[in-house]
Design a protein around this ligand. Structure first.
Ligand code: MLT
Ligand code: ZN
Length: 460
């Protein structure tokens, strides 16, 4: 980076909060994806909204590009800086600012880690329900920017549903206070929702008002063996008719074997099945769940099952599902994060499985995901002896056919990880030309000089 530019950044942030050492650039310039070049110009660590405004104004006057960065757990390259951009890390903006018990709303800075928010709520006998495997590192600003979903969407919805208010710094450097945590506000366009899921392309999320709710009863977890994927919706229906579920997740036998060899957990039951469903519900509903289990066994949909008897057992069963991502990470998986309507899931999975197996008989294909909300994770694992580039190139070749099948069912090419760099060239499979044209116009309104997260979500 040029000396003059470094000095200008140091004036805003002090030299201590401007980093350019190669190891810092490598750490803060990337995310959990491994497919993209990581080459930022510098990393800056704002401590206040004013500093975010200043760096955004500097970017506008000097033609700099800025990349917002949270916990760097993204899986689509949305926070990757490949072209000398300035990474704006929210690691130092991680304070809880205010809690109002009557409103049940906490105001926090964008860099608050998801788990810290969950613990903050629990300490007040309240509950923040959005949860996923990366909760220990992901930050609330990143969650908002991807409208993160996770494992409890079936009952509690997405991040969007818990954002009562939002403070953003637009790409032009303006501060917008959106909605002030009001429950009702019928005064025209709700700009808050434009920034949720915008992947940091319209501006920086700097603070959020997050709604909390009454803590639910202790949870029970059940894992079920299901041999025919076609039966899985019947199982979902059978349980849903009897009780309220807070999760209905699934994973394949291959996914389970990867977790078993990576983590210290044991097989849920002796016999292996083709698929497993993990169900979570309130302990008060245990009797209803056992009744549903018996009916599912009688009908031949479920071959075996296990239920947690303690919190430790519940956590161990959850590890079988939320340990998958890290267990398959050494295979540099080619990730697909797709969604169709829940009713379409079984037929869709069979179509896609046929397509992938026909093209890649030599690749391991690992299925898991959130059946309860129609979101499937299809991960193609790299064989050890194949170079990464060749592997990615081969996987990329099948993407158009895969995305066409999704488009034909009105599905989404990215259900929860975001488009970022990874899915950018395929956006048109899920969004119409009119929608993409309007998205471009919105980008130009909020970020007229294209300084924030250029090249993400929309082709430049
Ligand atoms: C999950 O459901 O575990 C996450 O979306 C992460 C992943 O897909 O690897
Ligand atoms: Zn997921």
């Amino acid at each position: 980076m040029r000396r003059g530019m470094q000095r200008a950044l140091e004036e805003i942030f002090t030299p201590a909060r401007v980093r350019t050492a190669p190891e810092d650039l490598a750490t803060w310039g990337g995310d959990w994806t491994r497919a993209f070049k990581v080459a930022p110009g510098a990393i800056v660590f704002p401590r206040s909204i004013d500093e975010v405004v200043e760096v955004t104004r500097l970017a506008n006057t000097r033609g700099l590009h800025l990349v917002p960065s949270g916990g760097r757990t993204g899986l689509s390259g949305g926070a990757v800086a490949s072209n000398g951009e300035i990474v704006v890390s929210f690691d130092r903006m991680n304070r809880m600012l205010d809690f109002n018990a009557a409103d049940r709303v906490v105001r926090c800075e964008a860099g608050v880690v998801t788990q810290a928010l969950q613990e903050y709520a629990a300490a007040r006998n309240l509950f923040y329900p959005v949860d996923f495997a990366s909760s220990g590192s992901s930050q609330i600003g990143g969650n908002i920017s991807t409208n993160a979903g996770g494992i409890k969407v079936i009952r509690y919805g997405l991040t969007r549903d818990w954002v009562a208010g939002l403070t953003v710094v637009t790409g032009a450097g303006d501060v917008l206070e959106c909605n002030n945590a009001l429950v009702k506000n019928a005064t025209g366009y709700d700009l808050r929702h434009l920034f949720i899921g915008a992947e940091g392309t319209l501006g920086f999320v700097v603070q959020a008002d997050i709604r909390l709710l009454t803590a639910p009863a202790p949870a029970r977890v059940m894992v079920l063996a299901i041999d025919r994927f076609a039966d899985i919706l019947d199982v979902l229906q059978c349980f849903r008719d009897a009780l309220t579920l807070s999760a209905f997740e699934f994973f394949s036998e291959l996914a389970l074997t990867k977790v078993l060899s990576h983590r210290e957990v044991s097989r849920p039951f002796a016999r292996a099945a083709n698929f497993y469903a993990l169900i979570e519900f309130d302990a008060d509903d245990e009797e209803a769940a056992l009744g549903a289990f018996e009916r599912a066994v009688e009908r031949g949909w479920v071959g075996d099952g296990v239920i947690s008897r303690s919190d430790a057992q519940a956590r161990a069963l959850w590890t079988l599902r939320d340990g998958i991502t890290e267990s398959i990470a050494p295979y540099t998986p080619y990730k697909n994060d797709i969604a169709v309507r829940v009713s379409d899931v079984p037929a869709f999975l069979e179509d896609i499985d046929r397509l992938v197996s026909a093209h890649y008989p030599d690749f391991e294909v690992c299925w898991f995901g959130h059946i309860g909300d129609g979101n499937l994770h299809l991960n193609i694992l790299k064989p050890e002896n194949l170079a990464s580039d060749a592997f990615y190139e081969r996987c990329h070749r099948i993407s158009p056919a895969l995305f066409e099948a999704i488009g034909n069912r009105g599905g989404s090419i990215s259900a929860e990880h975001g488009v970022g760099l990874l899915k950018r060239d395929f956006l048109h499979y899920s969004r119409s030309p009119q929608e993409i044209a309007l998205m471009r116009q919105l980008k130009a309104v909020f970020d007229p000089n294209g300084v924030i997260n250029p090249g993400k979500l929309l082709v430049h």
